[in-house]
Every structure is written in structure tokens, then in C-alpha cells.
Design a protein around this ligand. Structure first.
Ligand code: PMP
Length: 396
């Protein structure tokens, strides 16, 4: 078959190959990037579904507006306000088929072949693939335990004049890092100084373990004049409620939102009205705060258990910053005592011992750090986590 030239820029993800091995019996997996199915609020979703069908069968089952189902847009506007982002009117957001679609729409509307886009090194793998599909030249901005290094980011913006900068400031995938309040402000100020568009991808911000994180870039933009017009914010119900619903949203300046809506028309016409009506009923019923409290508590326990076990079983052979939220521990093999120092080698040895994780290299668009790896603590319970990390210790 003769495929489009744009496919020359991308390969299927290295992670997919690894996932094929996960079917082996007895494997404990820290590899997935998804929430625990055991925590889905099935009763709440069932009720929301019944109410959607009883109260608004036409809206829930008919074609709908590309921008999204209006009652859901209203609920999401209130949800954002409750999270500290005031002044997001329902018309300032569109509902997307997962936040993944928002990323695709940004690629479609903003990236011409050869355009430069700055992303964190490391960043979400599907973003790398998606932006490359549109021909972006990706530039990697370094991070540390507090997220992207803002001095380095500003130097890269000045040098490359990117089309936009893509960041996951809160409990990033894969880094788990939380961008500090000072750095958030610095990002917004540099956006204004350089008139650079910033995309904030925020599917994990609600999954904090202790104190709430600093406000999102969107929430903070009110305090940095001129920054709101340069900000895109992508949200999602996937990690907090259900990824299968495929409900995400994008908040963006009106001009960009209009172009993205046009592209969405050609793509899927609209996000499932049934899923949107269900999500709207769920939010309207006021169940979200209890759901969030529950998932935060369970993930906090699992993150703690995994961190403790890593220290106990792997000692100085591994280094990581304990995450304050999200789904991941991002770690680095130190090679101490002659132990394995390459994440890919370690991943293969770990599979032989019956435990899986994702090596860090695919998450970099350039200059990969081969010693890194991503461990998800979301889907295994505390006993499985302890057993899995003990196996990791044997694989060193
Ligand atoms: N952004 C990030 C950083 C993610 O980790 C994910 C899911 N793994 C997504 C976007 C996409 O999520 P969804 O399409 O389910 O909202």
C-alpha cells in the first residue's frame, strides 16, 4: 500500500511491543498508564446513565453539536471554577473525545510540517507521536523534580520561536513531577514576554495525595495580565472517573476554539452524546467530590507502598522523587554497586522475573536518558506492589 508521507515521521510505540508480553500468566504490571477498574463508581455511572435516558433521551441518543452537549459544558465550567479556574464560560470550552483528541486537534490546527514545538523531556508518548504525525520538529526542554526548568525553557523559546509549548505541569506523565508555584508564574510571564502559546495538559491535577497542588496555569493566568489569551488547557474525566467514557475538554482562545471545532466536525462530528449526557448527569448529581476523595486516598496508599518498597528492595540502585499525586513514579537507575543501569535491559530482566514496567527512553523526543523508567502504582493493590517490587529487586 502507498501510505501518506506523514506516516514516515512516526512508528508504532515501543510500549505497545512491551504490552504484548503482559499477557504472560502471573505477571505483575506497573506498566499501564490507566486507572484501576476496581475503583470505577459503577453505581454512580449507572444512575447517571438511567437519568440521562429518562430525562433527556433525545439529547443523549441523537446527533449533537460539535462543540459539545450544552448541559455538560455548563457542568464542566462549574467543575473548572471549583478547581480555581474562574471565568471559564461554557462557550469557552469544547468537549473532546478524551483529551487525546484535544491534542490531535491542536496538531491539526496549529502544526505545519517543520514547525517547532517545545515539549518536556520526558513527556507523554502519544503527544510526541501525534505532533510528529503533523510534521512538528520537537524540541526537548529539560525537567527536574519540580517540573520543567524555566530558565532552560525560556532560552529554548528565545532560540527556536516555537509554534507552541506543550507542558503537563501537574503530576506529569511520565515524570510525576509537580511544577512549583514560582515556575508556573514564570511560565506565564515568559509566554507574555515572548508571545508564545502554552498548552497545559492536565488529566492528573485532581489526583493529589496531600495538600492540593498550586492552581493550574489556567487558574493562575488571572494574576498574569495577557497570559490567558496565550493559554490552552486540556482536561479529562479519564483518570478520575472513567477513560472508557472518552470525555475530555479543551479551553482555548475563541479563534483557536473555532478552528478546532471545525476540524472536529470532519473528525468525529461530536463526542458521543450518550457519554456526554451521562457525564453531565454524574457531575450534576454532585458525586465527583466523594469519588475524588476515594481515588486520592487509594492512590496515595499505593504510591507510599511502592516508594517504601523501592527503597527497601532496590536501595541505592534507584533514585526517585516520591510523587505528590498522579499515577506514576519516575525513577533513575544509578548503577550503584555495579547493578544494572539501563532501563531497557532492566525491563527485559524484570519480565523474566514476572514484573513489568515501561523503560524511560520512549518518553523523550530527543536525548533520552537510558537509565530512566516509569512505574505505575495505580492498578496493583498494596500486596501486589510489594511482591512486584521484590521481584524488581531480584532483577537488578
Ligand atoms: N494527556 C496525558 C498526559 C495522558 O497521560 C493521557 C492518558 N494517558 C492523555 C492526555 C489522554 O487521555 P484521554 O484521552 O483518555 O483523556
Amino acid at each position: 500500500m502507498a501510505f501518506a508521507d506523514r506516516l514516515n515521521h512516526v512508528e508504532t510505540s515501543a510500549i505497545r511491543e512491551l504490552f504484548k508480553l503482559l499477557g504472560k500468566p502471573g505477571i505483575i504490571s506497573f506498566a499501564g498508564g490507566f486507572p484501576d477498574s476496581a475503583m470505577f463508581d459503577v453505581g454512580g455511572i449507572r444512575e447517571a446513565t438511567s437519568r440521562a435516558l429518562a430525562e433527556e433521551p433525545g439529547g443523549a441518543l441523537q446527533y449533537g453539536a460539535t462543540e459539545g452537549y450544552q448541559p455538560l459544558r455548563e457542568q464542566l465550567s462549574a467543575f473548572m471554577a471549583a478547581k480555581g479556574a474562574q471565568g471559564v464560560a461554557p462557550d469557552n470550552l469544547i468537549v473532546t473525545t478524551g483529551s487525546q483528541q484535544a491534542l490531535d486537534l491542536l496538531g491539526k490546527t496549529l502544526i505545519s510540517p517543520g514547525d517547532k514545538v517545545i515539549v518536556e523531556g520526558p513527556t507523554f508518548l502519544a503527544t510526541i507521536q501525534c505532533f510528529r504525525l503533523y510534521g512538528a520538529e520537537l524540541i526537548s526542554a529539560p525537567i527536574d523534580g519540580q517540573g520543567v526548568k524555566t530558565d532552560a525553557l525560556e532560552a529554548l523559546i528565545a532560540e527556536h520561536k516555537p509554534k507552541f509549548v506543550y507542558l503537563i505541569p501537574t503530576f506529569g506523565n511520565p515524570s510525576g513531577a509537580l511544577l512549583s508555584a514560582e515556575r508556573r508564574k514564570a511560565v506565564l510571564e515568559m509566554a507574555v514576554r515572548h508571545q508564545t502559546l502554552i498548552v497545559e495538559d492536565d488529566p492528573y491535577g485532581d489526583l493529589y495525595f496531600g495538600d492540593a497542588p498550586p492552581p493550574s496555569l489556567l487558574g493562575l493566568s488571572a494574576s498574569v495580565p495577557g497570559s490567558r489569551e496565550l493559554l490552552v488547557h486540556c482536561g479529562s474525566l479519564s483518570k478520575v472517573l472513567s477513560p472508557g467514557l472518552r470525555v475530555g475538554w479543551m479551553i482555548a482562545p475563541p479563534e483557536l476554539l473555532a478552528k478546532a471545532t471545525m476540524c472536529k466536525q470532519f473528525s468525529d462530528a461530536h463526542t458521543s452524546t450518550f457519554a456526554q449526557a451521562t457525564a453531565a448527569q454524574y457531575l450534576k448529581a454532585g458525586r465527583m467530590p466523594a469519588t475524588l476523595a476515594h481515588v486520592r486516598q487509594v492512590y496515595a496508599e499505593r504510591a507510599q507502598a511502592m516508594g517504601d518498597a523501592l527503597r527497601r528492595e532496590l536501595g541505592d540502585a534507584i533514585d526517585f522523587v516520591p510523587p505528590q499525586g498522579g499515577l506514576f513514579i519516575w525513577a533513575r537507575l544509578t548503577g550503584a554497586g555495579g547493578k544494572v543501569a539501563d532501563g531497557n535491559v532492566f525491563a527485559k530482566r524484570a519480565i523474566d522475573k514476572g514484573v513489568a514496567f515501561v523503560p524511560g527512553t520512549p518518553f523523550y523526543c530527543a536525548h533520552p536518558d537510558h537509565a530512566t523508567l516509569r512505574l505505575s502504582f495505580a492498578t496493583a493493590d498494596v500486596d501486589k506492589i510489594r511482591e512486584g517490587v521484590a521481584r524488581l529487586g531480584q532483577a537488578l
